[in-house]
Design a protein around this ligand. Structure first.
Ligand SMILES: Nc1nc2c(ncn2[C@@H]2O[C@H](COP(=O)(O)OP(=O)(O)OP(=O)(O)O)[C@@H](O)[C@H]2O)c(=O)[nH]1
Length: 306
């Protein structure tokens, strides 16, 4: 099939065509440049969802999909697994939300692996986000488990980042420690049916009252949800819409988009440099032995293989 036919099919809701296009950009196949050229345009709402394992990200994403489908929006989900070298959807096969939305052509769900890919999340996921937006998805959700660098990178990709917490998991404190709180645009206290939820909301409020904000700056709302019963989802969708309106009201959205493009280009440039400039083992050996110094070795790597 021609790339143009695949793009047309993907726009019409053919999920296999969408899958083939993402695979092409992910693997930088010979078709990738044409795919990137044709599958362009669109204006998706890009949502990042992050939080510790077990807080209910998958369940919440499933409930959000249902809400947006009720408004006939097409929803794409990229589930990023920073620890897995596998890609293509197999990991999510048994997940609840797959079963819930498996027959709906307006929903596309895929897992994205970043381990072993040069450039990390920004390079691999950035291209897939762009593709989904380009074939007409109205909402693209990027979900990742809250570990290490991934959640900071996800915030760079997304227009609106949701940070999920759950009562009784010490999440509030963990989040502060990791500095994650700053990357969130909307806090979600999920599992609000569990004891301690009010306390988690209170802790967050107290924490936020310490942050000084300029007039006109975004104040992160705190939404309480019971994702497993689809409770609080309407309020959460409203908070997301409000953030989008705030972004669109100033230069914020354009700024975010530019920074996203910059992060994606940067990641790809870094990956390309790593591919071009390899460090020969013998050279490392020489530095380790004291025969050569590091600066000289760097000169050799750059000079020898440029
Ligand atoms: N009581 C309660 N349980 C919930 C709620 N939301 C999700 N759960 C349950 O919490 C467990 C974990 O939910 P997941 O959605 O798999 O959590 P996750 O954050 O995606 O987990 P990882 O994939 O491990 O990162 C499941 O058993 C859900 O049914 C909720 O609002 N209340």
């Amino acid at each position: 099939m021609q790339v143009s036919d695949l793009v047309a099919a993907a726009r019409a809701g053919d999920r296999r065509a969408t899958a083939r296009l993402i695979t092409a950009v992910e693997n930088s196949t010979a078709d990738a440049p044409e795919v990137a050229r044709l599958a362009t345009g669109g204006d998706a709402l890009i949502i990042g969802v992050t939080g510790s394992p077990g807080v209910g990200k998958s369940t919440l994403v499933s409930a959000l999909i249902t809400a947006w489908r009720e408004s006939s929006l097409r929803v794409g989900v990229l589930a990023v697994d920073p620890s897995s070298p596998f890609s293509g959807g197999a990991i999510l096969g048994d997940r609840v939300r797959m079963a819930d939305h498996a027959l709906d052509p307006g929903v596309y769900i895929r897992s994205v692996a970043t381990r072993g890919h040069l450039g990390g999340l920004a390079a691999t996921t950035g291209a897939a986000v762009r593709l989904l937006e380009g074939v007409g998805f109205d909402v693209v959700i990027v979900e990742t488990v809250g570990v290490g660098q991934a959640e900071v990178e996800i915030a760079a990709l997304a227009d609106t980042t949701l940070l999920l917490l759950a009562p009784g998991m010490g999440d509030g404190i963990q989040a502060v420690k990791a500095g994650v709180v700053e990357i969130a645009d909307v806090y979600v206290v999920n599992k609000a049916d569990r004891p301690g939820a009010d306390g988690t909301v209170r802790d967050l409020r107290a924490l936020m009252s310490l942050v000084r904000r300029e007039p006109g700056e975004w104040r992160q709302p705190i939404c309480s949800t019971v994702a497993s019963e689809a409770k609080g989802i309407d309020d959460l969708v409203a908070a997301i819409t409000k953030h989008r309106d705030w972004l669109a009201g100033g230069d914020h959205l354009a700024d975010k988009r530019r920074r996203r493009a910059e992060a994606e280009i940067r990641a790809r440039v870094d990956a390309e440099l790593r591919r071009r400039y390899t460090v020969p083992e013998a050279l490392a050996e020489q530095v380790a032995n004291g025969e050569t110094d590091v600066a000289t070795a760097v000169g050799r790597v750059l000079g020898d293989t440029a």
